[in-house]
Structure formats: C-alpha cells, structure tokens
Design a protein around this ligand. Structure first.
Ligand SMILES: [Zn+2]
Length: 485
C-alpha cells in the first residue's frame, strides 16, 4: 500500500465497465484527492499514463453491513430438537457475540470482514452499527468508542466507510422496553445526537469517512423519534444536514403484520405516508411490498438495499424485483450479516431467486441502466443487440450503492476512483471480452479473489494480497476464540 501522497495521475485501462457499458482503452484522469476528472474511451497512450492491462470494473459499494456478525457466520445452522422457533439459534448466537465483544474484538472482526469484502469487489461499505454500550449496558467514557473501533478498522484496511450509528430504542411496536440482552444497543436521543456530532467532527477531514443516520426500524424507533432524527435540524452543527438515512423495513411478514395491527398500514406504506421518501433514503430489505408500495417506492428515487444471501439465510422472502425495476426502481446490494462477503453471490442469488419463483430467466434487468444509461453491447452476428444481465446488475448496484453511501463510484467525472481488476487466470472468465466479463464474473467465477484494488486512485490490494492480511487474520482468530471458548 502506497502511503506517499499521490499527485494528479492518469490510467489507461485495456477494457473497463463505464456507465455506457464495456469500453476499450478507457483513459481516466484522477486528481490529488482521488476523484476522476476526465474519462475518454478508445484513448491513445500518453507518456506518464499508468497502463492497467486487465479488465477493470468499478468497485461495488456494500450498502448494508453489520460487521460484528461476521463472528457468527456459519454458527447458526442448528435448531433445538423439536422446537418450532427456527429463528432462535440465530438470535442467540447474535446476542452471545454482541454481549461479549470488547472494542478490540469489534475492531479485529470488522477488519477481517472488510478485508474479505475488498478481496471480492466491494470497495466501500455502509456499516449499520448498533452496539454502543459496554457489556454491562453502561455508556463508554466516549459514547462513540465502538463506532470509532469499526471506523478505524475500515481505515486500517483501506475501505471507505459510510458509518451509520443506529438509534435502537424499543424492543417492538408500541414502545416495548428493550430486552436485557439488548442493553448494549440503547441510546437516547441526546446520546444519539452526541455520537453523530462527535464522529462527524472527528472524521470531517477524512474523505474516506462519512457519518449518516440509521433509525433501526419502525419497531425500534417511535414515530416521534423518527421525525426528530430525520429533521435537518437534528444536529445543527453538522456541515451537511441532509445526510442519507438508512432504515430496516418490511423484512419479515411478522413485522408487516405487527405494523398493520399497530397503525393500520403496512411498514413501507406508513413510512411513505409520514415522510418525504426521496433519494436521501435507503430502505433496507423492503421485502414484503404491495403493488402500490412497489410503484411508489420505485418512483421515490430512494434506494432499496437488497441483501439476498442474508435474506435467504433468514428465510425472509423475495423482493418483487422485476416489477420494481420495470418502474425505474433503484437498488444496491449489501452483505448484511456477512455470512458471505461477495457481491457476485448477492447478484447471482438476486437473479436466481427470481428465476426459481417466476420460472423464467434473465429477470433482473434494470430499466435505469438498460433503457437510458448504457448502450447495448455490440455483437457480431445478430441483428438485434443483446442486453447483458451481468453488466446491468453491476451498473445498477454501483449506481444504487453510490447513492446510498453518498460516495459516487464508477467511471465518470466527479466519481471516486474506486475500482478492481478481474483475474484473467480465473478459468471462469476464460475467453471473456466486453460484456461477457460481467456475465462470466457474476455467474461463472471460480477464483475467490480479484487481482488489484484501487481506492481513490491508490492501490490497496496487489495481486490478490493485502499487506496486513496475516496480522488481521491473527487478530480475528484470537477474538473468535475468546468469544466462543
Ligand atoms: Zn441489517
């Protein structure tokens, strides 16, 4: 990893996925901060250009992560014999880990988790962070201690982070008091404002860190509290009052039914009736939608945060993706519980879930990408151009994730120079050119790592290796042993 401050730099990519589709000889210029100032396809080499003789993809923002849950990945596939409570082992494992974590554990687990994300093509993360207090439920001397532990892990790894301190006030609709095992999550509104303000000031000069808002869910935050924290005057000293807002919503039918019982409205319906849902919002999961909710949400320009591997693991259900996308809906993907940390798995499962349900193929085309932004790839022997699903899935998730993280990513002017190169040794990518790079990468990838990762124009992974890999893995192992032995 280069620590030397870099200067205005130009790169010439052999092939790259631009917002217009795959292009050859794409040349980009990057300013000192790491933002793209120009792009030019079919460019000629100029003296001083750094040539990247590989296929290059814009990094994929991971719009929903709880990094500490990496500690319980794979440890929840058991069930009490004879019990009907299929959620029990997951919840128990999550609380067991959440109650034991020290700040050092949190940092060690987050670092490993973020590194795995980088190795797989995520180049930024929105961390939905709800463990705030010490194991006894007391506030740390610095309220933001655990947030800092997570942010510092991201910075050590070189991962840009949109950190979302979570307001988690109640155990259920009707303001049920938090359970004993939820004692580390609790914050009152004053404490919440203090954390947001303190973090914002602490990291305001670091371009890799953004602080934004996360009411946990309609279950865990009251209607009044949601109004207060989403008001631009909530933290008046912030430089940008209109920060993005992420909220879990309509993930499981039990939640939809409780919301109906409490308010007479479905969760997304209620939210849209009471708030101006716009591009400022990221609705995480939004799995269970009526047709009206689907249409309104698609028109709202809010991003839906889809986390297919976690939604599958928890048995949540399937988001109505084809209807939503046909109406111009925006989505991004998240690794959520971090059972997996791989955008290709999320994108593949996103499509495959719909195929299994609808008994049809190629369902996740985004009308935003395919209708307007990208030109269909050219083919040699066909009269009609082809639309590439891999290309559409990649571009749509980069666009949606960028919006949800407030970190523009992709090969266009003003975006951050966050990208990765595909591994040409991967036989799953054998013979790929143009859009086939995206299709083969998502649907047929074999190798578990990508070659090189650049964040804001600086290389953080070279030939599939991060310089701190061993140290990060050792600390992760220590924490896992401490938590579970
Ligand atoms: Zn979540």
């Amino acid at each position: 990893m280069s620590t030397i401050p870099h200067h205005h730099q130009a790169y010439l990519f052999k092939e790259a996925l631009s917002p217009h589709g795959w292009q050859k000889d794409l040349r980009i210029e990057v300013d000192q901060l790491g933002r793209i100032i120009s792009t030019q396809p079919n460019a000629e080499f100029r003296v001083g250009d750094q040539c990247i003789n590989r296929a290059v993809c814009p990094g994929i923002p991971n719009l929903h992560s709880h990094s500490f849950q990496r500690a319980i990945a794979g440890r929840t596939a058991t069930q009490l014999r004879g019990s009907q409570d299929h959620f029990w082992t997951w919840r128990e494992a999550m609380y067991q880990a959440a109650l034991k974590l020290s700040p050092e554990d949190l940092s060690a687990i987050a670092a490993q988790c973020f590194l795995e994300m980088l190795y797989n093509g995520y180049t930024s993360v929105a961390e939905f962070h709800y463990v705030h207090r010490d194991p006894q439920g007391k506030a740390y001397d610095r309220l933001s201690e655990l947030s800092e532990a997570v942010i510092d892990a991201a910075l050590m790894v070189g991962m840009p982070i949109t950190h979302l301190p979570v307001l988690y006030r109640w155990a259920g609709f009707g303001q049920k008091t938090l359970l004993e095992e939820q004692r580390r999550f609790e914050l009152n509104l004053d404490e919440y404002a203090q954390i947001i303000t303190a973090l914002d000031h602490q990291y305001q000069d670091d371009q890799r860190v953004k602080i934004a808002l996360a009411p946990h869910s309609l279950r865990a935050v009251s209607a009044d509290e949601l109004k207060i924290i989403t008001d631009p005057n909530f933290c008046p000293s912030l430089s940008e009052p209109n920060r993005v807002i992420h909220i879990h919503i309509a993930e499981q039918m039990a939640e939809v039914n409780m919301c109906l019982a409490q308010t007479g409205q479905r969760p997304v319906e209620w939210l849209m009736n009471h708030h101006d849902i716009s591009s400022r919002w990221c609705l995480v999961h939004a799995t269970h939608l009526s047709q009206e909710e689907t249409a309104h949400l698609a028109q709202s320009k809010a991003v839906v945060g889809l986390c297919p591997s976690t939604e599958a693991d928890l048995g949540d259900g399937l988001f109505p993706l084809p209807d939503f996308l046909a109406q111009g809906g925006r989505f991004g993907i998240g690794s959520d519980s971090n059972l997996r940390a791989d955008p290709t798995e999320e994108l593949r499962l996103l499509e495959w879930g719909q195929r299994l349900h609808h008994q049809k193929r190629n369902l996740a085309f985004s009308s935003l990408v395919n209708g307007q932004v990208h030109q269909a790839p050219q083919t040699k022997n066909l009269e009609n151009p082809l639309d590439s699903l891999g290309q559409s899935l990649s571009l749509a998730s980069v666009q949606g994730g960028s919006q949800a993280l407030s970190r523009p990513t992709g090969f266009f002017e003003g975006a951050w120079a966050d990208w990765f190169t595909l591994d040409e040794q991967d036989l799953g990518l054998c013979g790929a050119e143009g859009y086939l790079h995206s299709d083969q990468w998502i649907f047929a990838r074999r190798n578990s790592r990508i070659n090189d990762v650049f964040i804001a124009g600086q290389q953080v992974i070279s030939d599939g290796k991060h310089p701190l890999e061993r140290q990060i893995a050792a600390q992760f192992k220590q924490s896992i042993h401490r938590l579970f032995n």
